[in-house]
Design a protein around this ligand. Structure first.
Ligand code: MG
Length: 282
């Protein structure tokens, strides 16, 4: 099941993306409402027909997260090494996950613009990431129980202003500028993806593949990150965990390949789809 949030006749709705079109789920007021009250039976009882996909505008699956996006830094060894070749980090492979957050207000959907002010940053970079959506509240979750707390998966582009990341030392602002958190196009329910999650993950800019890896290469896998993050920290339904990015970010090339006005960025994860955004200097 691919769950989407979409705009139709000026209303924000949730539904299921199918080959026949969009199946509206009118009994839910939002994706978070759906996550909290999920039951497969509800869908069978309330079938209202399909809306053609071209009549709706896809929004981020969770357009207004309740709190910031929870993120892991350096969770693929090749990316940790590529950052070692730049000034942003040492070559250190972390012994423990590196956590930071991105502002919930930075979220945009597929086909929305990634905007930046050239006088604020001229080093805008992409980072394709698999994002885990939490389905159930929990604290001190054991690794072998982690899957029970997952609702599903989506894609996040952890857009980053590298010059601000260097200047401020702490990554929050560099990764929280307006529009710097594209998310989508859908949330795939966990029942549709085999666990552990081993999915191809790619990012291309104007058709040129820059990042190309597989989530089996995580330094800290999903059970570990859910277990570790939830130690003394309650995870809640609708929480979003961005699991880190593989190598191939623009900052890792020599010379660097930063995003510029008009670039088309496509973030792809096998089994989920493509999150596509155009970059706009404003
Ligand atoms: Mg990242």
């Amino acid at each position: 099941m691919k769950f989407i949030t979409y705009s139709y006749e000026n209303k924000e709705c949730v539904g299921i993306l199918t080959e026949q079109g969009v199946m509206p789920l009118t009994e839910f007021t939002s994706m978070i409402d759906l996550i909290e009250n999920f039951s497969e039976d509800v869908f069978k009882e309330n079938f209202l027909g399909y809306i053609p996909l071209n009549e709706v505008k896809l929004l981020a699956p969770i357009p207004r997260p309740r709190r910031n996006i929870l993120c892991l830094g350096k969770n693929y060894e090749d990316h940790a090494k590529e950052l070692g070749a730049t000034k942003i980090s040492d070559k250190f492979i972390p012994d423990d996950p590196i956590y930071f957050t991105k502002s919930a207000d930075a979220v945009i959907g597929t086909n929305d613009y990634i905007k930046f002010f050239p006088e604020v940053t001229n080093q805008v970079d992409y980072e394709v990431e698999l994002a885990v959506i939490i389905g159930k509240e929990g604290v001190n979750i054991k690794p072998d129980e982690a899957e029970h707390y997952i609702f599903g998966y989506t894609i996040i582009n952890d857009v980053s202003a590298r010059d601000l990341q260097l200047r401020h030392k702490q990554w929050f602002k560099a990764k929280s500028l307006d529009t710097f958190c594209p998310m989508g196009p859908c949330i795939v329910h966990k029942s549709k993806l085999p666990f552990p999650i081993e999915l191809d993950i790619k990012c291309s800019v104007n058709g040129e593949v820059r990042q190309n890896s597989n989530t089996s290469k995580f330094i800290f896998d999903i059970p570990y990150m859910i277990s570790d993050l939830s130690k003394g920290f309650t995870l809640k339904p609708g929480d979003i965990i961005a699991t880190g990015t593989p190598s191939g970010v623009g900052f890792g090339f020599n010379p660097s390949k930063f995003l510029k006005d008009g670039d088309i960025v496509e973030c792809y994860v096998e089994g989920i789809g493509s999150l596509i955004n155009i970059v706009k200097a404003v």
